[in-house]
Design a protein around this ligand. Structure first.
Ligand SMILES: [Zn+2]
Length: 349
């Protein structure tokens, strides 16, 4: 079983004919985590774009390859960091979020940095602290179908302006999970942008357009380009440790929870109270937990078991809904904001 390299390759101003015909050739040429720099018209400033923190999320890689092929000159200096190259190259190509024997890199941005993933995360943070980019964008794809959205640690004018370059939806998550967003030591605004599903051509196109806008705009501090839907401090619906989940069109006899394999069509939808979301097994609601930002379990305030059906008690906005059982088990099934929250899904400018 291969291991991820924690050594970063540095590549200054690659020529368009040196990066391969497509993103697959580009990935093979990179061969390891790589920091690419491009000179801009204003060399006193730097903007940074990170991608492939997850090796199966290619929209950012495709957008970088597209931009480098164009041989355009950005407004400021630009650095591209392509992270989980080893996981992306492990066959089948671009199918592994991280290598099977390793950790999720985007859960390793917190001490101790004592394995290869942790060391790579620490080296990236050292680079960002040393280079002081004026803004950092971290490009991902969602594991299921979704409209694009941004995630940040805090809501402030700089973050709103940056978000509006890419999407009209801003999720604020303060829960500490070891993601790259949590580095408060970094003074610059940093934003994760989820452009859509992993095989969605629309997500690829939005990433290309968003990247070009980010590196071309003279000033990032201009007013937001569009009103934003703000989604603060969502509640995470998770599976309890040791429980099982299935995504299907009918209740699975062996799963503690079965959710429809079309549940992702509810991403960013407002569902009303008394809506059935799935089926519960013998363990009933005890197979689930729903923690708010303070870590309080509010499951029974939000859902009720009606003859084995999982039913909402109140209206709520759902997002980051996955239909991937591995993500649902390891991380989270979905995020939600109940309608009773005063700022829920508020629209702001
Ligand atoms: Zn990701």
């Amino acid at each position: 079983m291969p291991h991820s390299s924690d050594r970063i390759k540095f590549w200054d101003s690659p020529r368009a004919d040196a990066i391969g015909a497509d993103h697959i050739e580009f990935l093979k040429i990179l061969a390891q985590p790589t920091w690419i720099t491009i000179k801009g018209r204003d060399s006193s400033r730097l903007r940074t774009i990170i991608t492939l923190l997850h090796g199966n999320e290619p929209s950012g890689l495709k957008a970088m390859h597209h931009y480098l092929k164009s041989a355009a000159t950005p407004c400021s200096n630009v650095a591209f960091f392509i992270a989980s190259v080893d996981a992306a190259l492990f066959p089948p190509l671009l199918s592994h979020r991280f290598l099977p024997n390793e950790k999720d890199l985007n859960r390793c941005f917190a001490p101790p940095y004592d394995d290869s993933q942790g060391r790579l995360a620490a080296k990236l943070l050292d680079l960002l602290k040393a280079e002081k980019p004026e803004a950092v964008i971290d490009i991902h794809n969602t594991s299921s179908h979704s409209e694009p959205f941004a995630v940040a640690r805090r809501d402030c004018p700089e973050i709103r302006k940056l978000t509006s370059l890419f999407t009209d939806k801003l999720v604020i998550i303060t829960k500490e999970m070891g993601t790259v967003l949590e580095q408060d030591l970094l003074a610059q605004p940093i934003l994760t942008v989820e452009f859509g599903g992993i095989m969605d051509p629309k997500a690829d196109q939005l990433a290309i357009e968003g990247l070009e806008r980010f590196v071309s705009l003279q000033q990032l501090s201009e007013d937001p380009m569009r009103p934003l839907q703000l989604l603060p401090e969502p509640i995470r619906l998770e599976l309890q440790e040791g429980c099982s989940i299935s995504f299907a069109s009918t209740a699975s006899a062996h799963a503690d929870v079965t959710l429809p394999n079309t549940l992702d069509q509810l991403n960013f939808a407002r569902v009303t109270g008394h809506t059935t979301l799935g089926w519960l097994g013998n363990a009933g609601m005890s197979a689930l937990k729903a923690e708010d930002a303070d870590g309080t379990d509010v499951l029974s305030d939000l859902f009720i078991d009606v003859d084995g059906l999982l039913v909402t008690r109140t209206s709520m906005t759902l997002f980051m809904v996955t239909t991937d059982p591995h993500i649902a088990k390891r991380d989270c099934i979905l995020y939600l904001i109940p309608a009773s929250e005063p700022d829920a899904a508020a629209v702001c400018t």
